[in-house]
Design a protein around this ligand. Structure first.
Ligand SMILES: [Zn+2]
Length: 320
């Protein structure tokens, strides 16, 4: 009980000192208050069990202790954000409003290499290769590869819908228009590594793979200011060298995918042909010249599947 209250106090003072972190601080306050309320329920009657202002179940007009105001403001913000998303969903022709994801986990899950995806001489120091993030949250992750089609409508649509996604870029397709991806990055898209030239990694020598992976790390850092942590090998093919090299130039995880989305259908990796909590969905920056639709068509299609099945799209980098 007291621990929770102290945490809440610290959260408030932190909020005053550093307004830039107000949202994070607000989340911490809510988390602390919730934990405290649960304990109160367990202890039953008695003075200690009384609800404090700012805890779930406390009367709305209880003396303002800071946490209540923050929590109410946060709930109000979430409500407004979802209302804005509903408007955007209508504007962009989505079948239904995308669901809001839960708050990101306070601690990222421990991820290990999926069974059957190990390399020769596999050891735990190599970046894990996985298709689904271990989580109970009803979320999936949207990832977009290559970088060929650069449709400004996509950036606008995703910003207005407030749907997070992660890009895996191959420089040979991106270098004619870094500005497009700078715009994406400014809108919150994380730019990750998908090699320089999209070659089949196991067919290359160690030195060639190193150039494909590590030079792309350098280019992304130089062009966009951040060195990627995530790497996806072209076609999902890799060997021991690939993972060793990726690790040597700053990669910590190798997310593959559980589903691949197209404008007119979904391809499933698992036999049940269904989504699962933490599934990573692959799709591509492609346009009408490549497949039957535009990027907005693709998003409408994949979001229909995701929302109909009761999932929200969360940010991959919040979990990995
Ligand atoms: Zn690719």
């Amino acid at each position: 009980m007291t621990g929770g209250r102290q945490r809440a106090r610290r959260g408030r003072s932190h909020l005053r000192r550093r307004p830039g972190h107000a949202v994070l601080a607000a989340l911490l306050v809510v988390a602390a208050a919730s934990g405290c309320a649960a304990e109160a329920g367990d202890t039953g009657t008695g003075q200690g069990a009384k609800l404090q202002a700012g805890q779930p179940g406390a009367p709305a007009d209880a003396p303002a202790a800071g946490a209540l105001g923050t929590r109410a403001a946060q709930a109000e913000r979430a409500k407004l954000a979802q209302a804005a998303r509903a408007v955007a969903a209508k504007k962009w022709g989505l079948a239904s409003t995308p669901l809001a994801p839960p708050a990101p986990p306070a601690v990222k899950p421990h991820i290990t290499t999926r069974k059957g995806f190990e390399v020769e001489g596999q050891d735990d120091s190599l970046p894990p290769v996985f298709t689904t993030v271990p989580t109970k949250d009803k979320v999936v992750f949207l990832t977009m590869d290559d970088g060929d089609d650069k449709d400004p409508e996509l950036l606008k649509m995703m910003s207005e819908l407030n749907i997070p996604y992660s890009a895996f870029l191959s420089d040979y397709l991106v270098r004619d228009n870094y500005t497009y991806f700078k715009d994406a990055e400014a809108r919150g898209v994380t730019l990750n590594n998908h090699t320089l030239n999209h070659r089949y990694m196991p067919g290359l020598s160690y030195e060639e793979q190193k150039r494909e992976i590590c030079d792309q790390q350098d280019i992304i850092e130089k062009q966009f200011g951040k060195r990627p942590r995530l790497f996806r090998p072209p076609y999902g093919n890799y060997n021991t060298d690939t993972l060793k090299i990726a690790k040597s130039c700053g990669i910590t995880a190798v997310p593959l995918w559980a589903e691949e989305a197209f404008p007119d259908h979904m391809e499933w990796r698992e036999e049940d042909l269904d989504l699962h909590p933490g599934d990573i969905i692959l799709t591509h920056f492609r346009g009408k010249k490549d497949w039957k639709g535009s990027m907005p068509d693709l998003i409408r299609s994949v979001m229909k599947t995701v929302t109909d099945k009761g999932y929200a799209v969360a940010r991959l980098e919040d979990y990995v």
